[in-house]
Write a new protein. Structure first.
Length: 245
């Protein structure tokens, strides 16, 4: 029987988003395939050290440096998985958690929040990495974060950057990948998220906001489809599948 992907859920999206989407994991299931996945909530479950085909760590409203017991438990689980050479892919909070787990550093971004559809560019390392196979050097992606990886783990290489932050994706060895952007997000998810977050956050957290346009209107105006960014998640699945055959 084919091994399954574990979706390690580390948080939930705002109510407005899940009213249209369903629970957050649905965004990943829509890309990877429900029949191929098992979902576990890192906040309440203790994931088993099963021989997973691969592990996908989701986004979260939490910060990796919060010090919660479930975060430490997740780090230990991911270290054990890496020791068994299970492929890992982290998204947003998952990107930050993988960085922190393997010796990097995560902090609040000194350039404020990044939210909406943004342009990113591959580094030289990215151009040579299979996660970005068939991805153009510059592409658009969905972002939603106030924290960033400020130091990569020892041995990690940056894959994607933009003018907001230099570490928008990284790889560590041949089995660990992470993207700050959300390959699973659709324009509908992003629209609902912008409505929710601009109700909860001060406009001042968006350092690049225009002077004479409401923040919500500005951010909603950035939204585009991002099928190229989604390819990163699809590529991760393809990399795992190739290793399984």
């Amino acid at each position: 029987m084919a091994r399954k992907f574990l979706i390690l859920k580390t948080g939930e999206l705002p109510r407005r988003v899940i009213a249209n989407l369903g629970p957050y994991e649905r965004a990943f299931l829509n890309v990877v395939g429900e029949e191929r996945c098992v979902v576990m909530d890192a906040r309440t479950d203790a994931p088993a050290d099963t021989e997973w085909a691969g592990i996908i760590v989701t986004g979260s409203p939490a910060s990796t440096y919060d010090g919660d017991a479930w975060i430490q438990r997740s780090e230990e689980f991911l270290k054990r998985a890496a020791e068994r050479e299970v492929p890992l892919y982290g998204v947003c909070f998952g990107h930050q958690l993988l960085a922190q787990t393997f010796g990097g550093k995560v902090e609040k971004c000194p350039r404020g929040w990044e939210l909406g559809t943004v342009t990113v560019t591959q580094t030289a390392h990215g151009q040579a990495n299979p996660l970005l196979s068939s991805v153009p050097d510059t592409f658009i992606a969905q972002m939603s974060h106030g924290d960033v990886v400020t130091e990569l783990p020892p041995g990690a290489v940056p894959l994607v950057e933009n003018d907001h932050w230099p570490y928008q994706a990284f790889a560590l060895g041949e089995k660990i990948w992470a993207t700050q952007f959300h390959p699973e997000f659709t324009p509908q998810i992003m629209s609902d998220l912008i409505h929710s977050l601009t109700s909860a956050l001060s406009p001042e957290v968006f350092h690049q906001r225009p002077e004479h346009q409401p923040v919500r209107e500005w951010l909603l105006g950035t939204i585009q489809e991002s099928p190229i960014a989604r390819r990163c998640l699809e590529n991760f699945v393809a990399i795992v599948d190739k290793g399984e055959t």
